[in-house]
Design a protein around this ligand. Structure first.
Ligand SMILES: [Cu+2]
Length: 163
């Protein structure tokens, strides 16, 4: 749903963003010029848990894949849930921007990943900063995904169309 509204309303979103930037004094005109963009990201694992005396173990399974894990109660009745994520998982740039993603691996040994539609492959490793640079020359919505931790470790690169 959201993806469709972005795709259909890209021009409106771009104008709104340009207006917001102008209001903030970040650009002199309603048309944002191509910029160098540096976006810091992390590969993280969100975790939570409790015990069955406080909350029952969920009866519904989570989607298949290594992106979600639901551990059954242990001998003490404690159960855990975890998921791998990109943070942020939505990136908005203007067409023509020179984009640099600086991605720190915090959880998980490695994340072999790609930006679908941009033919960009990269691997994020724990404790290392992976730099991904590209020119956002194609407008549209593009998935970036880890090949291991699906279906949760996915995000959207939104490239707003140029004039
Ligand atoms: Cu991963």
């Amino acid at each position: 749903m959201f993806r469709h509204s972005i795709a259909a309303g890209g021009a409106a979103v771009r104008l709104a963003l340009a207006a917001a930037l102008t209001t903030a004094g970040l650009t002199g005109s309603a048309e944002a010029a191509s910029m160098r963009r540096i976006i810091t990201m992390v590969a993280v694992e969100a975790k939570g848990g409790t015990t069955v005396d406080k909350e029952p173990f969920p009866s519904a399974a989570l989607p298949e894949g290594k992106g979600y894990e639901l551990e059954a109660p242990n001998a003490e009745g404690r159960w855990e849930v975890s998921t791998y994520r990109w943070e942020p998982n939505q990136i908005i740039v203007n067409q023509g921007d020179e984009v640099m993603l600086e991605i720190l691996g915090v959880n998980g040994a490695e994340h072999p990943s790609m930006i679908v539609g941009y033919d960009i492959n990269f691997t994020v490793k724990r404790g290392q900063l992976t730099t991904v640079t590209f020119t956002a020359d194609k407008a549209g919505v593009f998935e970036f995904r880890c090949g291991t931790h699906q279906p949760s470790m996915v995000g959207e690169l939104i490239v707003l169309p140029g004039s």
